[in-house]
Design a protein around this ligand. Sequence first.
Ligand code: UN1
Length: 511
Amino acid sequence: MTTIQKILLDLNVKELNAGTSTGSINFGEGKTIDSYSPVDGKLIGRVTATTKDDYEKVLGSALKAFKSFRIIPAPQRGELVRQFGDKLRELKQPLGELVSYEMGKSLQEGLGEVQEMIDICNFAVGLSRQLHGLTMHSERPGHRMYEQYHPLGIVGIISAFNFPVAVWAWNTSLAWICGDVCIWKPSEKTPLCGIACQNIIASVLKENKMPEGISCLINGDLNVGELMTSDSRIPLISATGSTRMGKIVAQTVAGRLGKSLLELGGNNAIIVTPDADIKMTVIGAVFGACGTAGQRCTSTRRLIIHESIYDKVINAVVAAYKQLRIGNPLDENNHVGPVIDTDAVKMYLSALDKVVAEGGNILVEGGVLQGEGYESGCYVKPAIAEADNSFVIVQHETFAPILYLLKYTGGVENALDLQNGVAQGLSSAIMTNNLREAEHFLSVQGSDCGISNVNIGTSGAEIGGAFGGEKDTGGGRESGSDAWKIYMRRQTNTINYTTELPLSQGIKFDL
Ligand code: UN1
């Protein structure tokens, strides 16, 4: 039995065509999407892409499902999410393996991604009893005023290959308890992850005799995504991906006055001050730059180091890079797996050429690994280059394990000028034991990012906080805190329980 056959068997996935819910409806006319594993280069599945006609059928089933789903009490919707979380617990191992095998991240990280799904389900279940609005005093006697939140309808989710399952769950688990139904277009680079997830939720819906349109899956490239972004029957589009993609989505959705939740590129830095703990800095920086082969939107791209400890820090980081084992991500002995495909390898190589052309100094050589175990051509060496913040390539997010080293002099405000001196604003970190520096970093004059950490790296945010960033990162917030509000519409209700009809603002209108 091949690796993929075993994983799909463990996940009970029998059919690879995407439909509304079960993943077993074969509309048949669409183009096919081939999924190649970056782990061994094998073709691991062929999935039918959604045609315009298929899309209309999917949309019809979602609209129909919304009518019944919206009237189910929120805590009962929470019960469905609880059961979904339980199924994920049962299937954590094979789903983590599928993520690792189809996308290339280490098995540990694949399992961690499924854990994020389980955690957000827990969060959503509790939230299903807490969807609250405010009650306020009316200016008119005998009147009551309050606000309540209603579901929006269909939530369209466009997700990226790097978190092929968790980002969907962040969105769906909240959207479902809010009473919305979801249509998901996963990345065409990880279609099997989409089908496996759809299979899991479909079994929960079936067991509960719920309409399948509550969770819909469509597959395809940007043209299929465009069907959703331009469709005014979908009030909210939640999109994760590049800033370039996000700008197109934002303009299309805004053009029809829809809502969008955007989680786009990052260019995340760790500031290392003279008071930093070097051991913690090394762990944070190396995991941040090399985890998921540098393909997290929260990956550490820049280390901004104070000149007084520059040599000490770079020696420690370079020594740690020598310990990294690159290879099959399903083998727990390896730290770093492949990048997603050979196009990503090309972008990585081109970024390394560019940093040298702009005057950078390579400290840890990059390169593509060849030979046994590396046949897919997607395994690259994590590289380090001394660079300048003004380099065009340093300003750009390259989804690969390349870390740029920048030196700062003087106070932490100089480091912050560099950190904030990029277009993106997702995640940021400072390594320091100095309270003044830490508080300055978190203050209004400090980091301009959506996520700002002290003595923690830039990646690995917990689901309980609102996740997202500013500037070119798109401004959206997903996951924890009060991110649920974007999935609902707010209604202000005023009730008059008198026999008079006084007008607000003291207006007299006697007849
Ligand atoms: C992403 O890369 O799109 O904070 C999401 C992290 C993960 C999520 C990353 N919890 O690194």
